[in-house]
Design a protein around this ligand. Structure first.
Ligand code: ATP
Ligand code: MG
Length: 398
């Protein structure tokens, strides 16, 4: 079994609610590790302790993607005596020291003492173990700032912990199944990033894609499905709604002024998202809008598009440049999927000159003139296909 300790980020500052966040993180880690065999995950000394059958590589990959984890270390536990800790440190350092090609390897020992009853204070532990390691490995040279090798030691109640590396997690807060949002995902670069940012703030994301079949082909639907599968490793369970959108687009084309089309598409998307949010007991809608990136995202038009939402519309990318969004998209791994060149439903019957500053009363008038609008919305909600994905085990159950 591999042993790991996990350090969490902002959970540390949550005062009285701290244990709720810690328990949530424990549950989420258990869920994420479930497909990899037996794992024990427990709270310990302001850290989480994991013992798992999963391989070292799988553990690193899984933990680096779970919201709420600041960083983690593969560790070796030792009995709580200075001799045992020293022997463990020598064993671990012996394995890694030869990986450095240089003849001199700079290093430091950093000790933390959660157990204040231990007979030495941290600085004494650091000095003693540091000297013992230098005796055993003459190529080691102490360097406190920016050393090549940092040997970490923690003194817990009943055991010592030794490690030589820390892997960064994504930070943020553990996903809470009760804090649900419905995220409008389109297959573009932006909406997957927006979904990820909201997950990282502790929300469970339910995805909603509007599919304009037959105007838009199956390839775009597969692309969105791929994006959701890719993002499914960041939260325990993901759900994707695929709503049929062609009838609505046809009705908008036939019955309303051309330049308002895109705004009306977006308003209908919101109405459908609101119904799904109610059904899923979600608390907000999320979109990938960034201010003024395209015509439908001017401040005036954003006002028109979300005016009909009973839920807050969260736009985590609102102040970001495209370059910044693309960098995040590469980091979370959705970029190569997003850039596949398949059309999105917004291109269906796209107006030559979309309104950049639509006048809300005009939009409302156009929408109210569509007598079948409630039926169209209800039919789209009822016509949704639903897919569920469990992290690390893409399962399909319609
Ligand atoms: P993206 O890169 O996410 O597609 P975008 O910059 O292309 O965004 P728009 O096409 O105007 O901008 O879409 C803005 C937002 O509207 C998207 O980020 C997404 O949240 C939502 N959206 C657009 N089209 C769809 C769709 N077919 N299904 C679901 N949501 C959509
Ligand atoms: Mg788009």
């Amino acid at each position: 079994m591999h042993s790991i300790i996990v350090r969490y980020s902002e959970i540390g500052i949550k005062g009285k609610n701290r244990h709720l966040f810690e328990n949530r993180l424990v549950q989420n880690i258990r869920a994420h590790l479930k497909p990899f065999g037996k794992s024990n995950v427990n709270r310990r000394w302001g850290r989480l302790e994991i013992h798992s059958d999963a391989s070292k590589e799988d553990l690193t990959e899984v933990l680096a993607k779970i919201p709420g984890i600041a960083n983690f270390s593969h560790v070796v536990f030792s009995p709580l005596s200075l001799n045992d800790i020293e022997a463990t440190a020598k064993e671990i350092v012996g394995k890694v020291v030869n990986e450095f090609r240089e003849t001199a390897v700079t290093f430091r020992v950093t000790a933390k003492r959660a157990n204040k009853d231990f007979f030495m204070i941290s600085t004494e532990i650091e000095a003693t173990i540091g000297a013992a390691l230098q005796d055993a490995f003459p190529q080691l040279k102490v360097q406190l700032t920016d050393p090549m090798l940092e040997v970490g030691i923690e003194i817990w109640e009943k055991q010592g912990v030794v490690y030589t590396e820390k892997t960064r997690g994504i930070g943020g807060l553990p996903v809470d199944d009760r804090e649900r949002v419905v995220s409008l995902i389109s297959g573009g670069i932006d909406s997957p990033v927006a979904s990820w940012m909201i997950m990282k703030r502790g929300c469970r994301v339910i995805y909603l894609y509007f599919h304009s079949f037959p105007f838009i082909g199956e390839q775009t639907k597969e692309k969105v499905t791929d994006l959701v599968k890719h993002l499914s490793v960041y939260q325990p369970e993901s759900r994707l709604y695929i709503a049929p959108f062609a009838e609505i687009q046809k009705a908008i084309k036939m019955q309303t002024p051309e330049k308002l089309r895109t705004i009306l598409y977006r308003r209908f998307m919101n109405l459908i998202a609101n119904q799904i949010a109610k059904k899923e007991r979600a608390r907000a809608i999320v979109t990938g809008d960034a201010l003024s990136q395209v015509a439908s995202q001017t401040l005036t038009n954003l006002n028109c598009t979300s005016e009909n939402s009973a839920f807050p519309v969260l736009r985590p990318l609102i102040g970001m440049d495209k370059i910044e969004i693309m960098a995040l998209s590469r980091m979370i791994g959705t970029y190569p999927i997003s850039i596949q060149d398949f059309p999105d439903c917004c291109t269906v019957f796209q107006p030559a000159n979309p309104a950049t500053k639509a006048y809300l009363p005009d939009v409302l008038e156009a929408e109210e003139s569509m007598e079948d609008r409630n039926r169209l919305v209800d039919e789209a909600v009822e016509g949704c296909e639903i897919y569920n994905y469990y992290c690390h085990e893409n399962r399909l159950n319609i």
